[in-house]
Ligand binder design. Structure first.
Ligand code: VGL
Ligand code: ZN
Length: 205
């Protein structure tokens, strides 16, 4: 069984949003076209409480995109984004939600960031996604969405660690930093992940 994981396709990560990823809208029609080619489609939502420790606004004197440490882990300080229940945290209106069977929310613990759809950054708590996928007989996990160098990358890395054959669909993601994504791709290759383009799925027999 093949699953498509749609990561954080939320207005706050799209142009005009609070943590906009350049050209982020481009992933939506590709993801919509991809969905019927999978046995299972799952989405994640970044879903932060007000005052989350990953927000620069929670650290007096610090600016968005400064770096610091949180619980001993390196942490980028982000603009406030994806506040629980706000329009910026919804799934994007243009995303076809009909085939999405489950939505996993992350970043809900105010004290720790959570890039991966599987675990928080300290791997202290699981979201339940790995068990869910195994329970549905999934062996192959394809990852798409935003942002390529953060939540998509961390999700793909955890999928590998959890023993899934893992594929990152390059044209179905966009990055905050091009260098960050180049590094992420190199890391995934070393760890046994696969990189591919959507036509390889769409044009397959
Ligand atoms: C993300 C930064 C902060 C993402 C989420 O979805 O890639 N990036 N929170
Ligand atoms: Zn976040």
């Amino acid at each position: 069984m093949k699953a498509l994981l749609i990561i954080d396709v939320q207005p706050d990560f799209l142009p005009g949003g609070r943590l906009a990823v350049a050209d982020g809208n481009a992933v939506i029609p590709i993801i919509n076209q991809l969905q019927p080619h999978f046995d299972l489609v799952v989405a994640t939502q970044d879903w932060h409480p007000a005052g989350h420790r990953s927000f620069a606004s929670s650290h007096p004197g610090r600016q968005p995109f400064d770096t610091t440490e949180l619980r001993g882990l390196p942490q980028v300080l982000w603009p406030d984004h994806c506040l629980q229940g706000t329009p910026g945290a919804a799934l994007a209106a243009a995303l076809d939600q009909r085939r999405i069977e489950a939505i996993f929310r992350k970043g809900t613990d105010p004290e720790i960031d959570s890039y991966s759809g599987f675990y928080d950054n300290g791997r202290l708590k699981a979201t339940g996604l790995a068990h869910y996928l195994r329970g549905r007989g999934v062996a192959d996990v394809y990852v798409a969405g935003l942002a390529a160098d953060y939540c998509v990358f961390y999700t793909a890395q955890d999928a590998l660690r959890e023993g899934f054959a893992t594929f990152l669909i390059e044209d179905a993601t966009r990055a905050i930093s091009a260098e960050g994504f180049a590094q992420a791709k190199a890391t995934l290759r070393i760890q046994g992940g696969h990189l591919l383009q959507s036509p390889e799925i769409l044009d397959a027999a």
